[in-house]
Structure formats: C-alpha cells, structure tokens
Design a protein around this ligand. Sequence first.
Ligand code: HEC
Ligand SMILES: [Cu+2]
Length: 504
Amino acid sequence: MKNPTQYLISAALLCAAFLVLPARASEGPSDAKGPVVLPPTVLALPVEQAILTSPPHVPPPIKRNYSARVIVNLEVLEVVGKLADGVEYTFWTYGGSVPGSFIRIREGDVVEFHLNNHPSSKLPHNIDLHAVTGPGGGATSTFTAPGHSSQFTFQALNPGLYVYHCATAPVPMHIGNGMYGLILVEPKGGMPPIDKEYYVMQGEFYTSGRYGEEGLQSFDMGKAIDEHPAYVLFNGSVGSLVGDKAITANVGEHVRIYFGVGGPNLTSSFHVIGEIFDRVYPEAGLSLPNANVQTTLVPSGGATMVEFKVDVPGTYIMVDHSLTRAFNKGALGMLKVNGAEDRVIYSGKEIDAVYLGAQAEAGSDSAKREAELKQKILAEIRSNPAIAGLTKEMQVEKGKQVYMGLCFACHQMDGKGLPGAFPPLAGSDYMLADRDRAIRTVLKGMTGPVTVNGVTFNSAMPPQEAVLTDAQIADVLTYVYNSWGNTGDAFTRDQVKAIRNEQH
Ligand code: HEC
Ligand SMILES: [Cu+2]
C-alpha cells in the first residue's frame, strides 16, 4: 500500500512532471523506460481485454479463478455535454462519460494499462488509480500529451473498489471537470453473486453561473477554492438517473450499488429514501460488511458498496442526505422497482384523515363540509341528476385537504408563496396559462428558473408522482384553480393520468 510519504513524494514528482512538460512533450517517449520485461510466469498468463462500461452500467462479474494479463485501453476525451437542461459544460472525461468507464479486474491480475489522450484534447492528462501500488498510482507514468498514448503495467495486489482520477495540475480542476471513475478489483473468491449491479458516482461542479443558469458554463477556480459548488451531481448531470433514466429492479431482487465520490472536495452522506442497506462495505473495504445501515459516509476520493433487497414496488430516491445538495444542487437519482405490492411490509396510505392542528382550521371545516356535501350529493342524486356543480365543489373540498397537508408548507395558506423562495399560485399567470403544464409541474416537480407574474424564482419543487394519486392531483389543482380569484377550472383524474403516462 502507499503510505503518506510516498503520496507526498508522488505529488512532488507530479508537479515536476507538469512543469517540465513543454520540453518533454516534443521529445516524445525519451522519458519512457521501455516495455517491462515480464517473468515467464506472468508471460504464461492468459491475456484478455478489459470490458469497460459507462455509468450506470457495470461490466459482468469475473468468472475465472486464475490471474490474467488484462489489457485496459482508456481514452481521454474533452467533450461538451449537458450539465442540466439548457446548461452546457466542457467535461474532461475518461471514455466520454462522467464518471469515466468502470474497470473490473481480479486480485492478482497484471494489468497493461494504456491511457490514450485524444488528439482533439487541449491539455495533457494522466491517471492515478487508487488500486495501484506504486508512487502516484500511475500518475507519473501516464502523463500524456494530446494525441499521445502512455503505457504502464501494474499488479492488482489489494482487492476492493477504488477511485481513479486525473492528477495533472491543477488537480482539483481536472477532477472538477469530471476526470474520475471506479475500478473494481474483485477478491480471488469473486464478489458474492447479486441480481443487479449499478455504478453511481458523486462529484461537484463549480460553474461560473449559478445553478440552472443557461448556456456554456466555465470552471470557477475561486468557487472551487471556497468549496462552494453550484452543482452536486450523481453521474455528471442533473437528472442523469431520473425518470426513464432511473436504475431499475424487480421486487425480490438484491441490488448492489458501486458508489464512489470523485469530489474534488465534498464528502457524501449516501442514502436511499425508503430503503435500508442490508450490507455496506464501509469505505469499500472487503473485510467487514456492516449490516442494516441507513446512510453511509463516503469521502472524496473514496467509495462504498451497498447491497439491499427490494421488497415493495415504487420509486426510491437516492440522495446525498446533506439535503440542499439533493434538492437544490442536483444530487438526486431514482431507483424504480416493479412488482407486486406487499401491503404488510408497506401498506401505502391507508387512511387520509384531516389533521391540521391549529395551523388550519379551514382543513377540518373542509372535512365536515365534505361529509355534508357527500350527503347532499346522495340526496341530489335521488331527486335530481344534475350533479355536475356539486361534483366540482366536492373536489374543491378534497383538494383543500391535500393542499393544507402538502402544498401550503411552501406556497402558503393564502396561495401567495414567499418572495425569493416559493412562487404564488394565487393569480399565477404561469400556472393559469397552461393546464397541462400545471399538472406536469405537480407530477414531475420543477427545477430551474421560472417567471411568475414578472418575478423569477429559481428553486426546486419536489415531484409528487410517487406521493399523490391522479385523483388527489386533480382535486388539489381544482382547489387551487377555484381559490384566490383564479379561473375556476376543474381537473379530472383522466387528465392527470394522461399527463402521467405521456412519453418524454
Ligand atoms: C417543498 C416546497 C413545495 C411544495 C411542497 C410544493 N411546491 Fe409548488 N413549487 C415550489 C417551488 C420552489 C416552485 C418553483 C420551482 C422553480 O422555481 O424552479 C414551485 C412551482 C409550482 C408551480 C408553477 C409555478 C407557479 O406558481 O405557477 C405550481 C403550479 C405549483 N408549484 C403547484 C404546487 C402544488 C399544487 C403543490 C401541492 C401538491 C405544490 N406546488 C407543492 C415549491 C413547492
Ligand atoms: Cu486531466
């Protein structure tokens, strides 16, 4: 293993290598030692090409029970990609994705590593693999100018899950632009078999603009030094694991997430809402799986493996439980679980009764009024089939209960919102202009700038699709549209259903 002194020395070497680059790059391979002369025992090992995958995918488990010589070809690519809707960024990547390609090898393998820096790159890059024993973890040996390819060999002595990252100066900038990934060194006995495996990494982005500010953003070194990122992300962009890009599993399956933190600075409090990790390999060490963990701490430049069985269907939200990072800076992903319900393990909402405390007498009045109206409707149906008007009134009362239980916390009792934080629903030109969009906002939530009655808000509204039924959404919007001087429209559950099922 590397000790701290070796780290310091390797960092020093790294800086030296960087400073002398211009002379070296033109001299070509003069500093290269030439291919290593491998002993016959190693030369006799079977040779194979590593399978690399981009997130959230993981290469297949290693089946062999002997060492191999594994060839890894990793390409450095500087690419413009999406940080969020309307927000672009020039990512520096290993293999074209953030995080970079997942590498899977076996303890004892001798790895011939090729780092290929694409000719279109503007800068030299290298790689420090935390799985490597040797100064710099490969960094000095892989310092590679654009249009060049470096080769070095290492033996994977320690099993575990390791971060790799660029270590070219300024290192925080290279990592902050997306240059990190994971390498799994399976123990000789293999990882325990599991149904589903996924690859997720957290990293922060220090953009010149605020969260959601549109256009091509650049890296802001000042914000990086202050550790004030605009974005904290899973897999390199807002929504990379949301909606139809969510990771999936079926009820009864066991899921393993290989989770790493590229940083460059922040530690993650990794949590899956509504799940308990049956097993956690703390700090990705293999000796001590911990059991029944809610949230696990993953340091910058560190990793973990979490495993859990999914017992009931639904959408599970993955977050950094430092929650403004999840709700305001993007560190949020989804796991969608399909299958049959088990109402003993989780019943779902059994009863929706009114409880508002002193907060909102309006709510309990509204429940009473609902009961009255139910009676009225029954009476009305008996004597008079013209019940349309009453149906709407009924919806308004039900919707009021949903509103008082959920929306009022942000949009306020009077629907006027809070300046600088929550937009108004009373007289909202934005909402009233487009009914479908209003449904969509409640279902899918909303992030990024929105202008309501001439004032711009830029925050996040949590999606309600997993919380509210179609009928509840129709009711709450009917209440909102029939309150505070709004237009008086009604919504049906079929309208909500249509938006819920629309293709994106
Ligand atoms: C946790 C706070 C929160 C809750 C709870 C919440 N919202 Fe919002 N809502 C917001 C924020 C913040 C925005 C603006 C998002 C942005 O700027 O990106 C918003 C935007 C909206 C908009 C579009 C903007 C406008 O004012 O016309 C509508 C409509 C809306 N919410 C309706 C609802 C309804 C209905 C509920 C209850 C089912 C609800 N919201 C619950 C915070 C919340
Ligand atoms: Cu780099």
